[in-house]
Design a protein around this ligand. Structure first.
Ligand SMILES: *[C@@H]1O[C@H](CO)[C@@H](O)[C@H](O)[C@H]1NC(C)=O
Ligand SMILES: *[C@@H]1O[C@H](CO)[C@@H](O)[C@H](O)[C@H]1NC(C)=O
Ligand SMILES: *[C@@H]1O[C@H](CO)[C@@H](O)[C@H](O)[C@H]1NC(C)=O
Ligand SMILES: *[C@@H]1O[C@H](CO)[C@@H](O)[C@H](O)[C@H]1NC(C)=O
Length: 488
C-alpha cells in the first residue's frame, strides 16, 4: 500500500545520526551542575526541570552507561531503567493490533527513550505508530483518535525529540481545551523528558495568576502547554513569543475549534511562523475542524483510528427465564459471578426503581439512575459509581456512547433490548485499552426473536450460559497479587 511505503521511507530518512553521537548525548557526559528534583509548582503551574545541563540521575546502585561512540541500541542502558510494575491485564486487539514497531525504531534520542520506558510504555500503541514517524518528518497530521489510546505520547514523543536545547526560545505549543488536560499533558512531558536534561515545559491556563506566568516567561521556555484564552493573552501582551515555534499541537481539536474557542485559536495561529507544523487530534470531525484543516494544514497525513463500539473482548451469554424467575436468576448470578462492578439494564423507569429496591433487599449495594431523574443528580450518581462507591448500578438506556468504565466487568440485560443499536450501546465498549468483560442477557420467550435478530445484525454469538464461567474471561488479574507472587 502507498501509505506503508511512505512510512518506510520516513522511517529510513529518520536516522541521520546513526553512528554519530547527538549533541545532547555529548552534553550528558559533562556532569556539571547539580540535579534537583523536578517539581510542578502549584499556583503558576509552571515547571522547570534541572537548570543548565544537568546530568542524568542514575538509579541507585548503578552507574550511568558510558557512551563510547555510536548509539548501540539494545545496550546495557536498558538495565538501568527504573521501570514501573508491568500491567499484566489482558488487552483486546484494539490496542494490541499494532504493526509491531518498537520505540527504538524511530531513532529517538536515548535519553528520550529512557523516559518513555520509565513511563511504563513498552511498545508504541497504534496511534503512536501512525503519528510518530510522520510527525518527526515534519509533516502536518490530522488524526482521529480518542483519549486513552496513547494520544499524548503520539505527539509528545516527536515534539520532545525535536526540541533543540541549544535554542532558548519556544519551539512548540500544545493547545488543549481544559486546564485539567493541560496539567496532565505537562506532567507527562516533564516525566518523559526527565533524562533529556533541561527541556523547559510550561503549562499556562486560565484561572491562575497571570503575573506568575509573565515572570516564568522571563526565563527559558521550550514548550508551552496552554488553554487558548491564557496563551492568547500572553501573546497579545508580547510576553510569550512563538514566532520561531516550529510546531503546534491541538489536542481535542473538536473542542478547541468549537464556537467558544475558534476565534482565539485562529488568533493564536497568526502569531506562529508560516511554515509551522500542525498536528491535530480530534475524536470527531465536525465542519469546524474541516474548515480549519483546509485553511491551516498543508497536505496533512490523515490517520483514522476511531473504531466504533465493539464487542471484542466481551463474552456474551443468555439465560432463558420466565419473567418471574428474573430476580432469582439475578440473585444467583450475583452469588456465583466474581463481579467487580456491574451495570444492570431495565426497560423502564419504574422497573429500574423496583429492581434497585429488590437488589438492596437481597443484601447487595446498588445505585440507580433513569431518564426521569434530574440530569445533575444523574451525573452525580454516575460519577460516584465510576469512583467505585457502589458495586452495582441499575439503569435505563442513558448512555449514548457506551460505558467506558474499566472496573465494570459484568453487564446484565435484566430486560433484553429491542434493537441491535441499543444492545451495542449497553454492552459494547469503545476499546479504550479495552479490558475483558461479561454480558449476560435474561431472555424470556418474548425475547427469543429479538435475540436472534440482534445476533444476526451484529454478527456475534450469544451462547447459553454454562454452569460455570471461566474467570479469565472477565476477571482482571490483580496486579498487586501478581507482583507479590513474583516477589515471594
Ligand atoms: C476524552 O475525550 C472525550 C471526547 O473528546 C472528551 O469528551 C473527554 O472529556 C475526554 N476525557 C478525558 C479524561 O480527557
Ligand atoms: C510523573 O511522575 C510523578 C513522580 O514520579 C508521578 O507521581 C506521576 O504520576 C507521573 N505522572 C504521569 C502523568 O506519568
Ligand atoms: C419491559 O419489559 C417487561 C418485561 O419483559 C414487559 O412486560 C414490558 O412490556 C416492557 N416494557 C417496554 C416499554 O418495553
Ligand atoms: C474494581 O473496582 C474498583 C472500584 O469499584 C476499582 O478501583 C478497581 O480498579 C476494579 N478492579 C479491577 C480489576 O478492575
Amino acid at each position: 500500500m502507498k501509505e506503508t511505503d511512505t512510512m518506510r521511507n520516513v522511517l529510513l530518512g529518520l536516522c541521520p545520526y546513526i553512528g554519530k553521537i547527538p549533541a545532547s548525548v555529548m552534553a550528558m557526559t559533562k556532569q556539571n551542575g547539580q540535579s534537583k528534583p523536578m517539581t510542578l509548582q502549584p499556583g503558576s503551574f509552571t515547571s522547570s526541570t534541572q537548570s543548565g545541563k544537568a546530568p542524568v540521575v542514575p538509579p541507585k546502585g548503578s552507574s550511568i552507561p558510558q557512551i563510547s561512540g555510536g548509539i548501540r541500541f539494545g545496550d546495557d542502558w536498558k538495565k538501568c531503567l527504573l521501570l514501573p510494575p508491568k500491567d499484566t491485564r489482558v488487552r483486546t486487539t484494539d490496542v494490541t493490533a499494532t504493526k509491531g514497531n518498537e520505540f527504538e525504531d524511530y531513532c529517538l534520542k536515548r535519553e528520550l527513550l529512557m523516559g518513555i520506558f520509565e513511563m511504563g510504555w513498552e511498545k508504541p500503541s497504534p496511534i503512536q505508530e501512525e503519528s510518530i514517524p510522520i510527525a518527526l518528518s515534519g509533516r502536518d497530521i490530522l488524526a482521529r483518535a480518542k483519549n486513552g489510546t496513547g494520544k499524548s505520547g503520539a505527539y509528545l514523543i516527536p515534539l520532545l525529540e525535536r526540541i533543540d536545547l541549544k535554542k532558548d526560545y519556544v519551539q512548540a505549543i500544545v493547545l488543549v481545551p481544559t486546564r485539567e488536560l493541560a496539567l496532565q499533558v505537562s506532567q507527562i512531558s516533564i516525566n518523559m523528558s526527565k533524562h533529556l536534561g533541561g527541556v523547559k515545559v510550561m503549562a499556562t491556563t486560565g484561572g491562575t495568576n497571570l503575573r506568575d506566568d509573565i515572570m516564568r516567561l522571563d526565563e527559558i521556555v521550550h514548550v508551552i502547554i496552554a488553554t487558548p484564552g491564557r496563551i492568547l493573552d500572553l501573546l497579545r501582551k508580547g510576553v510569550a513569543k512563538v514566532d520561531k515555534a516550529q510546531m503546534i499541537v491541538m489536542d481535542e481539536a473538536d473542542k478547541l475549534l468549537s464556537q467558544d474557542f475558534v476565534v482565539l485559536v485562529e488568533d493564536i495561529i497568526s502569531f506562529l511562523p508560516k511554515n509551522r507544523q500542525v498536528l491535530l487530534y480530534s475524536a470527531t470531525f465536525p465542519i469546524s475542524v474541516q474548515k480549519f484543516m483546509t485553511k491551516h494544514l498543508q497536505k496533512p497525513y490523515e490517520i483514522n483510528l476511531m473504531d466504533e463500539l465493539t464487542l471484542k473482548g466481551i463474552t456474551q451469554y443468555y439465560a432463558y427465564v420466565t419473567e418471574r424467575q428474573k430476580v432469582h436468576c439475578l440473585n444467583t448470578l450475583f452469588s456465583r459471578l466474581q463481579i467487580n462492578q456491574s451495570i444492570i439494564f431495565c426497560n423502564s423507569t419504574q422497573r429500574v426503581e423496583l429492581l434497585a429496591k429488590k437488589i438492596t433487599q437481597l443484601g447487595y449495594s446498588c445505585f440507580y439512575i433513569h431518564a426521569k431523574m434530574m440530569q445533575e443528580y444523574r451525573n452525580r450518581v454516575f460519577h460516584d459509581f465510576r469512583n467505585g462507591l457502589c458495586r452495582n448500578l441499575v439503569c435505563t438506556d442513558l448512555f449514548t456512547r457506551g460505558i467506558d468504565i474499566q472496573a465494570v466487568n459484568v453487564v446484565i440485560n435484566f430486560d433484553f433490548p429491542k434493537n441491535a443499536e441499543t444492545y451495542l450501546h449497553r454492552i459494547g465498549r469503545s476499546g479504550r485499552y479495552g479490558h475483558l468483560g461479561l454480558a449476560i442477557n435474561l431472555i424470556t420467550a418474548e425475547d427469543r426473536f429479538n435475540l436472534k435478530g440482534i445476533e444476526d445484525q451484529l454478527i456475534t454469538d450469544i451462547k447459553p450460559i454454562p454452569s460455570s464461567i471461566d474467570k479469565s474471561l472477565y476477571v482482571a488479574e490483580e496486579r498487586s497479587r501478581r507482583t507479590l507472587e513474583v516477589q515471594l
